[in-house]
Design a protein around this ligand. Structure first.
Ligand code: DGL
Length: 254
C-alpha cells in the first residue's frame, strides 16, 4: 500500500482530460497535477527546449512525493519518455495516439490522426504507424490553434469551430471512419470534432486506456493507495498560483 499521489504532467490544461479518467478509475488515489502553463504550447517549440521544461516539472512532481508519473501530454511523451524512464526512479506512463485500436476497427481502412506539429513530425509517430497500422491509410492533421483555444477556455466560439472544421473536414472527405485524438487538449473539443466529422466516424480519446494502464502498473508494483484512503487533488504550475487556481477550478467542473 502506498498513499503517495500519482503525478500527472502536461504543458497546460489538456492533461486534465487524463486526470478526469484517473479520478474516475482510481477514486482512492491522490493526484498532484502539474500544468506548465508558462511555456504552452509545446507542439510549436524545439524538442531540446521542451525537454528542459519537462525535467523541471518531473523534479517538482517527485518533490511533491509522486509515486508514478503520467506524462499526460503526447508531445512530451514523444520527446522525453524513454530518457525519463532511464533517469528517474519511478514508473512513467506516456500517452500514445490510439492508432492501434483505430487500425484494428476501421472499416474504411482510413484513419485520421489529429495531433500537434511536434508529435506528427516525430520519429515515434512514424514508428507507431508502421507497427500498428500496416495496410491502413493514416492521415495526420495538425489541430491548428486547438491547444490555444482550450487554454483560453474558447472551446465553443465560432472561431474555434472554424479551426475544427478546417482540420476535420478533409479527414472525413478522405474517407476516414476513425479520428484519433493525439493531443490531450483535444478531448475538450471532442463534441465539435464529432459534429464536424459527421455520422459514422468514431472519435477516439485514449484517456480511459491510459487510466487502465496506470491501474495495472500500480498493481504490478504494489503502489495502490489503501481502499479507504481519502484522495486529495493538488495543482502546481510553472506559471504560478493564478494558473494553478485555474487548473483547480477547471478540474472541479469535470
Ligand atoms: N497536450 C499536449 C499534447 O498532448 C501538448 C500540447 C501543446 O502544448 O502543444 O501533445
Amino acid at each position: 500500500m502506498n498513499n503517495s499521489p500519482i503525478g500527472v504532467f502536461d504543458s497546460g490544461m489538456g492533461g486534465l482530460s487524463v486526470w478526469r479518467e484517473l479520478r474516475k478509475t482510481l477514486p482512492a488515489e491522490s493526484i498532484v497535477y502539474y500544468g506548465d502553463g508558462a511555456h504552452c504550447p509545446y507542439g510549436e517549440k524545439p524538442a531540446a527546449e521542451v525537454a528542459t521544461y519537462i525535467d523541471c516539472a518531473v523534479r517538482e512532481l517527485l518533490a511533491a512525493g509522486a509515486k508514478l508519473i503520467v506524462l499526460a501530454c503526447n508531445t512530451a511523451t514523444m520527446i522525453a519518455v524513454k530518457r525519463l524512464r532511464a533517469t528517474y526512479p519511478v514508473p512513467f506512463v506516456g500517452m500514445e495516439p490510439a492508432i492501434k485500436p483505430a487500425a484494428a476497427t476501421t472499416q474504411s481502412g482510413v484513419i485520421g490522426v489529429l495531433a500537434t506539429r511536434a508529435s506528427i513530425g516525430s520519429d515515434w509517430f512514424g514508428e507507431l504507424s508502421g507497427k500498428y497500422a500496416a495496410g491502413v491509410r493514416i492521415i495526420p492533421a495538425v489541430g491548428e490553434g486547438f491547444v490555444e483555444a482550450v487554454e483560453r477556455g474558447e472551446e465553443r466560439t465560432p472561431a474555434t469551430r472554424l479551426l475544427i472544421r478546417n482540420a476535420v473536414r478533409p479527414l472525413a472527405e478522405a474517407g476516414a471512419d476513425r479520428i484519433v485524438l493525439g493531443c490531450t487538449h483535444y478531448p475538450f473539443l471532442a463534441e465539435a470534432i464529432a459534429a464536424e466529422a459527421g455520422p459514422g466516424i468514431e472519435v477516439i480519446d485514449p484517456a480511459p486506456a491510459i487510466a487502465r494502464r496506470v491501474a495495472s502498473l500500480l498493481d504490478r508494483y504494489a503502489l495502490q493507495a489503501d481502499e479507504t484512503h481519502r484522495a486529495c487533488y493538488t495543482f502546481l504550475s510553472a506559471a504560478g498560483t493564478p494558473y494553478a487556481d485555474r487548473l483547480r477550478e477547471r478540474a472541479s467542473r469535470l
